[in-house]
Design a protein. Structure first.
Lengths: 483, 232
């Protein structure tokens, strides 16, 4: 997928002018947090679960090499061929090689953010293979030639009318009504049935890898992932090294967090654990299974200050809690991962230079950190990326100069407070009649979109604070003297 | 070349991790204990299990014995306009059901591309989530669970456990000398999707209808209490 993250402001502005999509995102931003909050409340001791899973993930990352080797040995003992890929190209090449070894022409894919990250579908298509996304949302955006707008609901930005028009255009099934979501889902079910039955290779992702057993966990609602995993003769699991946990119960502990945070359910329809190929006595299942373990900068993240990001379970909860995501939409982020988690991950997995707008796409409201089931301090990581951006001189010169002068001024508190008093008094005097400024020198970026409120009094916060502290002391002293 | 990639990836993982022996790592993991489980909707495992199933969109029946289970399957086939022919996998528990009691003609096989309905026998039920375990083996071809339109699953009430931790303990205890089954499917209801404008539609790519028949000598009002608990 071609990255367009540097176009964030223009893409976000465009998204804000699409009334339908804006209304959809507003609805999503209201309903999804309610659903996930209810699921958390019904769980019981959510904070204890969150803390437990965090300890497990930290332990797994502390001993990542040990658990990866344990996973590899267990998976190989079950007949799985385990491959290692350092970057996106290596993963794509390996998948293509496997497809070619089997003379495959048709590939069915389950939902996999990792293969979105590596751009696997266009890579295989350019090599002449027919690749079909089978998750309904992914199928819709693939047919529309668009990237996903949300990591859990990739096509949530599209209206019923848009999906209807798309299906009428893409499916050669004659005249039909396709009145609403049930009819559209039924048509996709019918059309994709042949994809499952005819695919030579099935590609799925993994929500976790179990070191002890060599299984990979797959969590879905639609059932497409399990059809892709079981019907084609060759199964390829594309996943990343940070997904490994010691035991099966660690994966199901994570599952408790994931499902409630992703969809507000207590469980998805299907949770499957996949190991090796069909055994002698079995009547179906793949005859060959591969797992590709991708690094793609995760090893570097493990050693650096952004290690916490490896705890992300890809639930998408931070997206719908983020005022920037709700306003700008997923496409504005210009790559695979949108929202707060995407604003951290994209610069780390691509480059800060290509995505320097993203760490600034944050109001520092802190909602993402508050609700993150993996307890990732997303606003702190975004701030660290902004700092790095400044050090690498990637932000505008005017911005850097302003920060530098502000920092210099802060070294002289008396001067800072004195200037603040003058500025507040002047703003109060100038703006008291209207109560706000429609334009203001040095704040055009603000006043270009909305009014700047005038201070309600001519004193600064610190002056008020000191005055109230003095009054409080006096009244305490008077009370003490009276006693 | 791939071997070199493996070496470099593991070297980075080692460098970013802690230096402990295998025994120390096992002890450290042991020290982390188990995860807290969710609050159960009922102390009665069968009620909790069935109420979760109902919440998950499954249809649920509760019968006292295997003969009643067969009659319940027959009733399901009748309600869904099927004839009395049914595909079930080659599972010993399925093979010994009194099929004549429901007038059903079972075929012990894997479903074909067009077969609309199948029945399976679950190894475990999990009350925490309302899930039934169908492991890969002779008795549970994946096609029978995922490719059909309607899926009927039987589970013994005695095989219902409280949560995932208990389920894993049971799975480990029942493991064959060659290890765990190569695939473990925890199925909790019919397939569904909300990918079009967030509208929940039951029946995506997997079964549209998912019927669970719980077999056991349970109080008569068990299912009713489960429905009340589920608010349905």
């Amino acid at each position: 997928m071609q990255q367009t993250s540097d176009n964030f402001i223009a893409a976000a502005t465009e998204a804000l002018h699409n009334d339908y999509q804006q209304a959809t995102r507003d609805f999503l931003g209201q309903m999804a947090p309610k659903a996930t909050a209810a699921a958390r409340a019904n769980f019981g001791d959510w904070d204890a679960l969150r803390a437990h899973v965090k300890r497990i993930r930290e332990h797994s990352l502390d001993h990542l090499a040990y658990y990866l080797e344990q996973y590899e040995a267990a998976a190989q003992a079950d007949g799985v061929q385990v491959h290692w890929a350092e970057d996106a190209d290596a993963l794509n090449r390996r998948v293509l090689e496997i497809c070619r070894e089997h003379g495959a022409r048709r590939v069915a894919k389950g939902k996999s953010m990792v293969t979105e990250e590596t751009g696997l579908t266009p890579y295989l298509e350019s090599a002449g293979l027919t690749v079909t996304e089978t998750d309904l949302g992914e199928y819709i955006v693939q047919q529309a030639g668009e990237p996903p707008s949300h990591i859990v609901g990739p096509a949530l930005h599209k209206s019923v009318d848009e999906v209807r028009e798309l299906f009428l255009r893409k499916h050669d099934l004659g005249e039909r009504a396709l009145d609403g979501p049930p009819e559209l889902v039924a048509e996709a079910r019918t059309v994709l049935r042949d994809t499952f039955l005819q695919a030579d290779v099935g590609i799925i992702g993994a929500n976790a890898l179990i070191a002890e057993s060599g299984h990979s966990m797959l969590v879905t609602n639609e059932g497409n992932g399990d059809l892709v995993a079981n019907l084609p003769a060759v199964r390829i699991v594309c996943t990343t090294i940070d997904r490994v946990v010691p035991r099966a119960e660690d994966a199901t502990a994570m599952l408790r967090l994931l499902v409630r945070s992703a969809t507000g359910q207590s469980v998805t329809a299907y949770t499957s654990f996949y190991g090796g190929s069909r055994r002698e006595e079995e009547q179906d299942g793949p005859t060959e299974t591969h797992v590709i373990l991708l690094d793609n900068h995760r090893g570097e993240m493990l050693e650096g200050p952004f290690r916490d990001m490896l705890h992300c379970i890809r639930c998408g909860n931070c997206l719908t809690h983020c005022p920037i995501y709700v306003a700008a939409g997923g496409h504005a982020y210009g790559w695979v991962y949108p929202g707060p988690m995407g604003s951290v991950l994209t610069p780390l997995l691509t480059s800060l230079e290509a995505s320097s707008a993203l760490p600034n796409a944050c109001t520092a409201c802190g909602r993402c950190a508050e609700i993150c089931p993996a307890d990732i301090p997303l606003p702190d990581l975004l701030r660290d990326l902004r700092e790095e951006e400044s050090q690498q001189r990637l932000n505008p010169r005017r911005w850097r100069l302003g920060i530098r002068w502000h920092a210099r001024l802060l070294r002289f508190p008396r001067l800072y407070h004195g200037l603040s008093r003058i500025a507040i008094a002047a703003l109060h005097r100038l703006g008291r009649r209207r109560g706000a400024f429609q334009s203001l020198w040095l704040a055009e970026g603000w006043t270009g979109q909305r009014d700047f409120p005038a201070p309600q009094s001519s004193t600064t916060f610190m002056q008020e604070y000191r005055q109230q502290s003095r009054q409080s002391l006096h009244s305490q002293k008077a009370q003490h003297d009276g006693e | 070349m791939e071997n070199e990639a493996r070496t470099r990836i593991l070297a980075r993982a080692r460098h970013g991790g802690r230096d402990h022996s295998a025994q120390q790592i096992r002890q450290l993991r042991e020290g982390l204990g188990s995860a807290p489980a969710p609050v159960a909707p009922s102390d009665d495992l069968a009620i909790a299990f069935m109420s979760r199933l109902i919440n998950n969109g499954a249809s649920v029946a509760c019968v006292p014995n295997r003969s009643a289970a067969v009659r319940e399957i027959a009733d399901f086939l009748y309600r869904h306009n099927y004839d009395r022919r049914l595909i079930t996998a080659n599972d010993p528990k399925m093979a010994t059901l009194p099929w004549r009691d429901g007038g059903i003609l079972p075929r012990f096989a894997t479903v074909g591309d067009k077969d609309p309905v199948a029945a399976s026998y679950g190894h475990l039920g999990i009350a925490e989530t309302g899930s039934v375990l169908l492991p890969s083996d002779r008795g549970n071809p994946a096609r029978n669970s995922f490719l059909v339109r309607d899926h009927v699953v039987l589970v013994d009430a005695a095989d219902v456990v409280a949560n995932y931790e208990q389920a894993w303990a049971r799975i480990q205890a029942n493991a064959q000398p060659r290890g765990l089954p190569r695939a473990l499917h925890f199925i909790s209801g019919p397939s569904s999707t909300a990918d079009i404008v967030g509208h929940l539609v039951q029946g995506a790519h997997g079964p549209v209808t998912w019927q669970c028949i719980v077999i056991g000598q349970l109080p008569d009002d068990t299912l009713e209490r489960a429905r009340e608990l589920a608010g349905k």
